[in-house]
Write a protein that binds this ligand. Structure first.
Ligand SMILES: O=C(O)CCC(=O)C(=O)O
Ligand SMILES: [Fe+2]
Length: 315
């Protein structure tokens, strides 16, 4: 396989209808995933299974949601830190986010939607649920490939069964400046994998894991960004790095984005498989629970500082 340019993220095509494990097609996409993760630690995924009308409608739905009064938005609370409403933070004044746990299940979204619209909002719930349900398939293909790359097939069922989904929707106010302002500072996510999508306002930057260079994401039609989180980095005993990323914005248009965060279930202990621990690769992290890691994180310097994983459970 040829080498990739260092300054543009590879776009990997997941749109083939017959992309099934065990096919040549699958192996070819998997090889591209492996190369992209080695070189960049993240990649662009082309995926067309979410109906266009849902993808077009989602940003209108987000506008409607974020236009609600603050006292309504703050009703979005969660027992897990960072899964509920975030906003009005002095360090990231442009940013707001709202979380939907297990958004691929319609009843869950409907219940959470009633927090914002007590009489319900059927079209909003349907858009959020369809989006999450279709994108889950992309996440599962990617994680299946990653486990195959590291020959961890025997953990497939446990890995899939021990994860769940948070759909986080985000708004960044336009800063009304020509110089880019920080929307969200450089950070890694604490989850397993994140898949990001945005409206027409660019601003997401990703740091290449091999060169350290920051690359601006300029999406094309059907494109999503896939990043690796600290929990997957830890479970793979460091074989993949968590992706540093940030959002910088200028102008006056708001940026809306949607993140599908694949998270380990609360209470599940993340423990690197013995196959990935040897003399050349000593164990990096003691077993930990993702929800407890987040609690540690909020109790200390906060999420948008450098990784709290080493401090929490580094060996
Ligand atoms: O808005 C984006 O594209 C990125 C959001 C993000 O990095 C996060 O919420 O962790
Ligand atoms: Fe992030």
């Amino acid at each position: 396989m040829g080498s990739l340019s260092d300054s543009k993220l590879p776009a990997i095509d997941f749109t083939k209808p017959d992309l099934k494990p065990g096919t040549l097609q699958w192996d070819s996409v998997k090889a591209q995933v492996q190369q992209a993760l080695q070189q960049f630690g993240c990649f662009e995924a082309l995926f067309d299974k979410i109906p266009l009308e849902i993808r077009e409608a989602i940003f209108g739905a987000l506008e409607e949601l974020f236009d609600l009064p603050l006292e309504i938005k703050t009703l979005n609370v969660s027992k897990t830190p960072y899964h509920g409403y975030i906003g009005q933070h002095p360090k990231i004044p442009l940013f707001e986010s709202i979380g939907f746990d297990d958004a691929h299940v319609l009843e869950n979204v409907e219940a959470q939607t009633r927090t914002f619209w007590p009489q319900g909002n059927a079209s909003f719930s349907k858009i959020i649920q369809s989006y999450a349900k279709e994108l889950r398939e992309l996440d599962q293909m990617i994680r299946r490939m990653i486990l195959e790359i590291f020959q961890l097939e025997k953990y497939m069922e446990e890995h899939m069964d021990s994860s769940e989904y948070l759909l986080k929707v985000m708004k960044y106010k336009g800063p009304r400046t020509s110089e880019p302002q920080v929307g969200l500072g450089a950070h890694t996510d604490m989850d397993l994998v994140t898949i990001l999508y945005q409206n027409e306002v660019n601003g997401l930057g990703l740091q290449s894991s091999s060169t350290g260079e920051w690359i601006d994401w300029v999406p094309s039609k059907d494109s999503f960004i896939v990043t690796i989180g600290e929990s997957l980095h830890a479970w793979l005993n460091g074989r993949l790095k968590a992706t540093y990323h940030r959002v910088m914005l200028n102008g006056d248009k708001p940026r809306y984005s949607v993140g599908l965060f694949t998270v380990p279930k609360a209470g599940y202990m993340i423990r690197a498989p013995e196959e990935l621990v040897d003399e050349a690769h000593p164990l990096l992290y003691k077993p930990f629970d993702y929800a407890e890691l987040l609690r540690f994180h909020v109790s200390n310097e906060g999420r948008y500082t450098q990784s709290g994983l080493k401090g929490y459970c580094g060996v």
